[in-house]
Structure formats: C-alpha cells, structure tokens
Design a protein around this ligand. Sequence first.
Ligand SMILES: [Zn+2]
Length: 298
Amino acid sequence: MNVATGAQALADFIRRHPRLVVLSGAGCSTPSGIPDYRDASGNWKPGPPVLGAQFVRELPARQRYWARSLNGWPRFQAARPNGAHRALARLEQHGHVRHLITQNVDGLHQHAGSRAVTELHGSLARVRCLACGDVCARAAVQRMLERDNPGFMNLDAAPAPDGDAQLEARGLGDFRVPDCPRCGGMLKPDVVFFGESVPAPTVATCLDALAQADALLCVGTSLMVYSGFRFCRHAVARGQPVAALNLGRTRADDMLTLKVAAACDEVLAALLEELQAQPDVPNALQRSEPPSSTSTMA
Ligand SMILES: [Zn+2]
C-alpha cells in the first residue's frame, strides 16, 4: 500500500486521539534483522518455538535452545534500532506515545530512546537462575557457552544455511548447558516463553497506562498471542479506538478503527514528517469522539 496515504491516515488518527499507548511486536524489529516468528497470514514459520514447560522439564529442549542461542546471540546483540524504533521514541518526546508496551525482547526501543517502556515478555539480555533467583547478563552466559561448547560454534558461517540440521547432525547430547555460577542451578533466559503467562503486575502496569490514554496503536504485530491481544479487547471494551500498522492480517482486524497495511518503519518515518508539517490543531487535546466505523487501508 501507499506509505504516504497510510502516514496521513495515522496522522489524522493521532490528531483526534493525541495520547496513545503503543503495543509493538516483531514486525517492528524485522528491519533490524531480527526474524519474525509469523508470516503475513499469522502462521508460525518455520515451526513453533520451545515451550517454557518443555525447557524446564527436558534437558534435550534446553540443549537445543542454548545451542541455537549460542549461534544466534552474536547477530541478535549486534542488531541496532531502525526507523520504526526511532520514530516511536520521537513520538514519545512529542507527548503522543504515553506508554509503549512491547512484545519484543530485544531492547531496541530503549536503545532508540524510548523511556516509558514495558517489556511484556521480558528481555533476552538477562538470564535468571530458577534456583537462587540471581540475574546475570546474557553476554556473560555467552562466554560460558563458548568456553564449554567450542564444537557447536559458528554454524552460521558454515556453507549450509540450515543451522538446525547441522545441530542435529552434531548430536546435541554432547552440548553442555550453562549452570548458575553462584549455585549451580538451572539458568533460563529472563523472558516469557510460549505457554507461560505474563506476570500479573506487568499486565496491571499496562492496563493503568491504557486507562489514561485516548487510543491504542498496534505496530508490527499480528496480535495472535493473547498476551498482546488482551489490550485490544480492553481498549474496545472501554470504548477506546484501536489502530494497527502491520503488513499482514491481525487477530483484531474486525475491532480496528484504522488499519494501515504497510511497512512500519517507512510509515512511521513519514508520519513524523506529516505531524511536523501540520502540527496539532489547538483543540486536538480534548478527548475525542467514540470509535467510528472501520476504515481499512490495504
Ligand atoms: Zn543460582
């Protein structure tokens, strides 16, 4: 779809509903080289990830997780914010984004300068001991992984691109998972795994922020995971309009006041220009009309 048209529609939405809570997802970070878990139809690609219960219960699941993580981490931690992250940080500075709820675990919103951020699913930069509760940096765990598993490194550099197939071929039974340096307990990334729940206080913080906003804007998320979708349901139940900027289908498509189906980095950058070219009209800060009929920009 046309980026300029999408940006214009979003700018109008923001002029009518100037105080936003933003819910961001994987699509926001794909331009930074972090892969999306779902395709444009909302289906898993290439297959569902490790479940939390499986991770805790089964050594082979932990071996598989950490072996993939050992190889994926260097690229993940080298990722830098893109235009979408930077535009959302600017929108916070302009007072439009009052709170940003992210389903991403990459810390890129904070790197770009966003302050009022809730990491709904935690952060991959931290690792927690399930026995003593100690939290350490993922970077430190990387040094342990590399020290203990030199034979499993640099799979990405090998000729065949299928890292998983190569891991299978090497026999993951020999892979040494990291233990807590303090107590020897089981280490787990400080993220909400699939099949796990977001902590109640985290949800409460987000709902408080939503209650003080004029509208909810979803950016780069298909909303297929309930932990994010619930905020759309809450917004609609309160009579707050919901807009979505996402390339593909979303689970909330039939609840949306506005849908912009386009790349979020391009549209958000154009949106900033649009808002700067035509600043808010003086009465824009009044609480505006109830949700109108859905207009789909595709
Ligand atoms: Zn420990």
